[in-house]
Ligand binder design. Sequence first.
Ligand SMILES: Nc1nc2c(c(=O)[nH]1)N[C@H]1C(S)=C(S)[C@@H](COP(=O)(O)OP(=O)(O)OC[C@H]3O[C@@H](n4cnc5c(N)ncnc54)[C@H](O)[C@@H]3O)O[C@H]1N2
Ligand code: MOO
Length: 400
Amino acid sequence: MSLLPVENAIAAILRRVPAPVGESLPLGEAAGRVLLAPVLARHDQPPFNASAMDGYAVRAEDIAPGHSLAIIGTAQAGAGFAGTLGAGEAVRIFTGAPVPDGADAVIMQEDATLDGDRVSFSSQPQPGRNVRARGNDFAVGQALIAAGVRLTPMQLAVAAAANAPALSVSKRPRIALLATGDELELPGAVLGPDQIIASNSFGLAPLLAPYAQTVTDHGIARDQRDQLRARLVAILADEPDVLITTGGASVGDHDFVQEILLELGVTLDFWKINMRPGKPLMFGTVGKTLVFGLPGNPVSAMVTAIVFIKPALRAWLGLAPQIHWHLPLAAPTPPNTARRHFMRAQLLQTPTGPQALPISQTDSGHTSSMARADLLIVQPEHDPGQPAGAMVETIVVDAF
Ligand SMILES: Nc1nc2c(c(=O)[nH]1)N[C@H]1C(S)=C(S)[C@@H](COP(=O)(O)OP(=O)(O)OC[C@H]3O[C@@H](n4cnc5c(N)ncnc54)[C@H](O)[C@@H]3O)O[C@H]1N2
Ligand code: MOO
């Protein structure tokens, strides 16, 4: 197979992603979920003309220097004044209370002088002053939050204000992870001479968890045909929505993952992408399960998950693709090869704004540089290299 361009690979994956499916969730459980149906207001907000200040409700035309009004009652939040305000009258009012019929302005109490049951004012209001008119925030039936957003705290507060007790959000996929390799041991092990620690799943699980109902880490399978087959059979029997393997994706004598996946009925859509790191990525489907075979190298595994699996999961949830930020380079980049390079970079905060500082390390097995990477600079195929200050496309690693 020749090396597939990155865009074609993403398009091939997106063709296999099912349309979002909705479920109804109580408001208090919807944070961070993706909204599938717009939130519509169930009432006008505010539901009545409401005072924005503590003070006196009046008829603006009645206010004149040296002229006092009779205080005929009180309106407070939750308990309005039942009557109608007439000429020469005022009602004591508090913030959030309904403005009484007949009144058209509120004068704040700092501008009022009390004299028994009469009040005079040092300011002359326009009609509407300090009154929040009914429906001026939103009107019944108005769409307040569009579908396709990941619900933020502010949006949830608005949904609550709109009296929506439950929201329609997308169901999330169940994800299964499996690391492969004879050399791998879990963190905490005493390493033998030929062993390394299996680190990939510890990055992939939290990277993908925000998009998933569950991420089940199935641990490590050895590079033995029968064992690997048995592990994959057991995992697929549970029909996960997404299966992600790491390692064994390349062409070595012990790279069995693809062979066994094909035996198990996986239809392979592609293998090998024109990118670095991450070239040996494979993708296919079996039944309703999307199968991603990530390369074992730790940087390759994380980069391919960010570049391919995250967009697939966003589409699964009904979310638009992640925005790629264009940032100025803090230092030059070297010329690229024929493969698209996803270059590790740091996000620098400078007095003139954020900048991308390339990390020169390109080894896909080099993990410590990954710990410093806030961004991936997307360096085009055959890019001649860019000077400091040039604007480059970046993917923010830790963004949803
Ligand atoms: N002759 C060729 N050799 C290789 C090619 C090639 O095209 N021709 N491609 C290279 C590239 S690029 C990559 S990437 C790797 C991918 O190899 P595999 O997916 O088969 O991965 P492994 O060989 O199993 O492991 C590679 C490397 O990563 C370490 N590893 C594996 N799993 C984990 C894990 N869960 N946590 C941490 N580290 C892991 C493993 O020990 C190896 O060091 O192939 C190149 N070779
Ligand atoms: O594509 Mo591999 O990820 O560079 O080492």
